[in-house]
Ligand binder design. Structure first.
Ligand code: 15L
Length: 279
């Protein structure tokens, strides 16, 4: 078994990976700022802040690869996002380089390009979705991809950025019919990103084989990703509850969906966090 460091291992995606990656030959070393309550046999555990470079370097030493998930998973005030998500990614890449780890998989997000409109026809390739963040959270994912690109070019590391859609047990909103990444496909995608021969630097969408996908999976499939699940099996119930998606609604017409709406405006989010009103 090869040792894999997973940052943010206590979170939603981390928990899915801890369940599925061991049977694909990975011994998981978990790093998180909170202790993991329900540990699994064979796991190692490190409790540390992902921005603590010394601790992350220690945790990375001896690993064959790193999967970096740690950070805030939605919009938040700038100081919190820039610390956890940007400083954290910097520390993980620097630690990997120092520890001689050559493969890093970074959890990016569709929100790195959230304001990109849906193409009139066909599917959107990553190359046609350059940075266009919808939130500070999205800005941090742009920074994550940029840091990954720098480390790949500068140090010859393999860095795979996964622009994850909606990673959840099952779709619960109409948008998810196009953005869902199932738990089983999450494991397959990350395993492909870890094992693809010499990918260099690459950015790929992370969604299941959804009938209603409009993010193109060609680049992800080129890594060896073979998605098995399709959100369409949930379509009847969701359409009955909410009606057919309106393609002119920004939630369905932009990559980032509701993150592009006024409620996610940074000032509104900061005012809510401070307990005040949006000016
Ligand atoms: C993300 O990046 C978030 O972490 C998650 O909470 C969802 O909002 C997801 O994107 C999505 O776009 O559905």
């Amino acid at each position: 078994m090869s040792t894999l460091l997973v940052t943010g291992a206590a979170g939603r995606i981390g928990t899915v990976l801890r369940g599925g990656l061991p049977e694909r030959g990975w011994a998981v070393r978990c790093l998180d700022v909170v202790p993991i309550v329900e540990t699994r046999p064979g796991e190692e555990h490190v409790v540390a802040d992902v921005t603590d470079l010394a601790a992350v370097t220690d945790a990375t030493t001896g690993a064959a690869a790193v999967v970096h998930l740690a950070g805030l998973s939605g919009e938040a005030p700038w100081p919190a996002i820039s610390h956890a998500n940007i400083e954290g990614t910097y520390a993980v890449l620097k630690a990997a380089r120092r520890a001689g780890v050559r493969r890093v998989v970074l959890a990016s997000s569709n929100h790195a390009s959230g304001f990109t409109p849906r193409p009139a026809g066909g599917q959107l390739r990553e190359a046609d979705a350059p940075p266009r963040p919808d939130t500070y959270y999205g800005v941090a994912k742009v920074a994550l991809e940029a840091l990954g690109s720098l480390y790949a070019d500068r140090y010859g590391m393999d860095v795979v950025c996964l622009r994850i859609g909606t990673a959840s047990a099952e779709p619960t909103a109409l948008r998810h019919l196009s953005t869902w990444l199932s738990p089983a496909d999450t494991v397959s995608l990350v395993d492909a990103a870890l094992t693809a021969p010499s990918p260099g630097f690459v950015v790929v969408w992370g969604v299941s084989a959804n009938t209603r996908n409009w993010w193109d999976l060609t680049a992800a499939r080129a890594l060896g990703y073979e998605p098995q699940d399709d959100a369409e099996v949930y379509a009847e119930a969701l359409v009955e509850a909410y009606g057919e998606p309106d393609p002119t609604d920004p939630v369905h017409a932009r990559v980032g969906g509701e993150f592009t709406l006024p409620g996610y405006d940074a000032e509104a989010v900061e005012a809510r966090a401070a307990g005040g009103e949006h000016p």
